[in-house]
Design a binder for this molecule. Structure first.
Ligand code: NAP
Length: 272
């Protein structure tokens, strides 16, 4: 029995990762997978757990706010108590944010974003580590292209995702001898509701997207790339040709990348 914990499993990429894993298990005969889904919205979590169960996997919904270290520990404890092991931890829960730094009157929500995007991953990983080592398992960290290239209008989000990148890159090296792989995923723009739910300059929910949504990657394609990377124990999954090129260009011509990022910002919907 393989046990996979997915944070942010109630919607978007996390829910799709769970359904994809359940479908793969079902196609291979089923009953060999247990999914433990953590997020705040109990109803949506249970819906996704039901979809995974219908595909043949065991699925446990654990209402969890990853901004709270006790709840992160509880999520991992529940997984271990119920299924006796943990093979994979997918640190996916996250929020977005869209604001020009000089327009932010109070930085309280910058700290809150860090607690969700960075600290939630760190707390879950700390709690799960002994189990992951025992299973010679896998860690997945869902960062963002904004965690590879600083994006204007996204100082808080970029900072949280760069921090994730740094933490998990360092941890990957520390865990090499223990046989635990760390796959960092860098999605570009994916077709989910994340931007609508992100913080605006005042720390309120955006309610609309700050980006143009046409051309976004489908959530199915994003989940497929992440699951394939996780299964192959790849170090990284950098999505989109633009993301790969931007990363390379940043080393060769950083000024050009800045100009491109600023041009993209002008083309965006105004944050407030
Ligand atoms: N979509 C994109 O374009 C994109 C691009 C790059 C990276 N990413 C990253 O991909 C990950 C998933 O994003 P998504 O697009 O799937 O977003 P989404 O559709 O908004 O889903 C976010 C998930 O995270 C959960 N979540 C949010 N705050 C939480 C908290 N405090 N505690 C526990 N769970 C929480 C949400 O559930 P509840 O609301 O029920 O808690 C939901 O299940 C995020 O880390 C995001 O930064 C997304």
């Amino acid at each position: 029995m393989r046990v996979v914990v997915v944070t942010g499993g109630s919607d978007g990429i996390g829910a799709e990762i769970a359904r994809r894993l359940a479908a793969r298990d079902g196609a291979a005969g089923g009953r060999n997978l247990a999914l433990v889904l953590g997020a705040r919205d109990r109803e949506k979590l249970e819906q996704v757990a039901g979809q995974c169960a219908a595909l043949g996997a065991q699925a446990l919904a654990v209402p969890t706010d990853v901004a709270d270290p006790d709840q992160c520990r509880r999520l991992i404890d529940m997984a271990e108590q119920r299924f006796g092991r943990i093979d994979v931890l997918v640190n996916n829960a996250g929020r977005s944010a869209h604001a020009l730094f000089e327009e932010v009157p109070d930085l309280g929500w910058y700290e809150e974003l860090m607690r969700i995007n960075l600290w939630g991953s760190v707390w879950c990983t700390q709690a799960a580590l002994p189990h992951l080592k025992a299973a010679r398992g896998r860690i997945v960290a869902v960062s963002s292209l904004a965690g590879l290239i600083g994006v204007p209008g996204r100082t808080a989000y970029s900072a949280s995702k760069f921090a994730m990148t740094g933490f998990f890159e360092a941890l990957r090296a520390e865990l090499k001898g223990a046989g635990v792989s760390v796959t960092i995923a860098y999605p570009g723009v994916v077709d989910t509701r994340i931007r609508y739910r992100g913080f605006n300059a005042l720390g309120q929910e955006m309610g609309s997207s700050g980006l143009r949504e046409e051309g976004a990657m489908t959530v199915q394609e994003c989940a497929r790339l992440i699951v394939d990377g996780m299964e192959a124990r790849r170090r990284e999954v950098v999505m989109t040709a633009k993301g790969k090129l931007g990363r390379l260009l940043k080393l060769l011509a950083p000024g050009l990348v800045e100009k491109m990022a600023l041009a993209a910002l002008k083309d965006e919907v105004k944050p407030l």
